[in-house]
Design a protein around this ligand. Structure first.
Ligand code: NAP
Ligand code: ZN
Ligand code: ZN
Length: 348
């Protein structure tokens, strides 16, 4: 077994604390990755605090992983020692279902293995994520990292990046579209960067007035404070798309009213509450509400390569792992600019 240091939550009420554990010995197609950086996603916080009601403790979170291959199994061919490597939200899937065959592993119907808080194929071993020094992953689920980009700014692309890139591509958001990004956090700021790079006219809808300048710098043409009733009134029936990244319960009906005829509200945020909405807001204007989950392996690689070509990365605050609990508290207050990233050198 491989000895690993990490940080884990032992219960919904405990903070993250040092936790040593073991990774499996390398199987023929595995690679051992020395983790350099791991982003902090709001999903990590939802799971650590059991806000979705499906946490298995101890939880070692982290699914925005960038590192270096330090060992490989006998039959691993895609990576060699010293290569940069990245791991996102899942580390296994059935490989046989139609979604897996079409590169949509995130929608695997035969047993997706998430990077943490999930069960390995043996059905017993709980997976542990990237708030740790090393990880062992089948190389088929490992992404190649473009060497030109700053690694700490690449880590958040593995979840925040692909989760916004994928629906924007699926719905072909681009030139001639008005797109709103609701919530300017980790996902939101990547949605602004991608949607504006794809040619859409982007408006940020936010509760935080102090994020306006950043929104413009990231490519947004307009910024609306959701508490500004007058401004919001001018946006009624305005947008072709709304990318909803909000992590807490909010009023869907209010935002649906901002869509024009045939407009689509794309939910990527996963609040734990029971959301309600009136069918009237869909029926009048043939509007749709849809959802999207991360992205499959081919599209995640496509996104990383796109980012390298267009020099797109995440805005990050790099922290030592010892500050992870304060980072969580700040994230809940929407005080993140715009992704915390753990420097794992602090744990070695
Ligand atoms: P985050 O960095 O905390 O950003 C969320 C943003 O939502 C905040 O910065 C804030 O923006 C806004 N917000 C927060 N509370 C709000 C409230 N009560 N009402 C209105 N707006 C509020 O979180 P994240 O990492 O981007 O994740 C966002 C959500 O997406 C989480 O629920 C996460 O679990 C989910 N997620 C889903 C997927 C997927 O595959 N679909 C993948 C990753 C994450 P302003 O300050 O601008 O208002
Ligand atoms: Zn995530
Ligand atoms: Zn499958």
């Amino acid at each position: 077994m491989i000895f690993v240091k990490g940080y884990a939550a032992q219960s919904a009420r405990s903070s993250l604390r040092p936790f040593d554990f073991e990774r499996r010995d390398l199987r023929p197609k595995d690679v051992l990755i020395d983790i350099l950086y791991c982003g902090i996603c709001h999903s990590d916080l939802h799971v650590v605090r059991n806000e979705w009601g499906r946490s298995n403790y101890p939880v070692v979170p982290g699914h925005e992983i960038v590192g270096r291959v330090v060992e490989k199994g006998k039959r691993a061919r895609r990576f060699k020692k010293g290569d940069l490597a990245a791991v996102g939200c899942f580390v296994g899937s059935c490989r046989k279902c139609s979604n897996c065959k079409h590169g949509l592993q995130q929608y695997c119907t035969g047993g997706l293995v998430l990077t943490y808080n999930s069960y390995e194929k043996d059905g017993e071993t709980i997976t542990h994520g990237g708030y740790s020094t090393k990880i062992v992953v089948d190389e088929d689920y490992v992404l190649k990292v473009p060497s030109k980009l700053q690694l700490e700014k690449v880590a958040p692309l593995l979840c925040a990046g692909i989760t916004t890139y994928s629906p924007l591509r699926y719905w072909k958001v681009g030139k001639g579209h008005r797109a709103a990004v609701l919530g300017l956090g980790g996902l939101g700021h990547m949605a602004v960067k991608f949607a504006s790079a794809f040619g859409a006219k982007v408006t940020v809808l936010s509760r935080s007035p102090n994020k306006q300048r950043d929104a413009n710098r990231m490519g947004a043409a307009d910024f609306a404070l959701t508490s500004d009733a007058e401004k919001m009134e001018t946006l009624t029936g305005h947008f072709d798309f709304i990318i909803d990244t909000v992590s807490a319960t909010h009023d869907f009906d209010f935002y649906l009213g901002l869509l024009r005829t045939n407009g689509v509200m794309i939910c990527v945020g996963l609040p734990s509450g029971e959301e309600q909405l009136s069918p009237f807001n869909l029926v009048l204007g043939r509007r749709s509400i849809a959802g999207s989950l991360i992205g499959g392996l081919p599209e995640t690689q496509e996104m990383l390569d796109y980012c390298a070509r267009h020099k797109i990365t995440s805005d990050v605050e790099v922290i030592p792992i010892q500050q992870v609990n304060q980072a969580y508290d700040r994230m809940v207050k929407s005080d993140v600019r715009y992704r915390f990233v753990i420097d794992l050198a602090s744990l070695k």
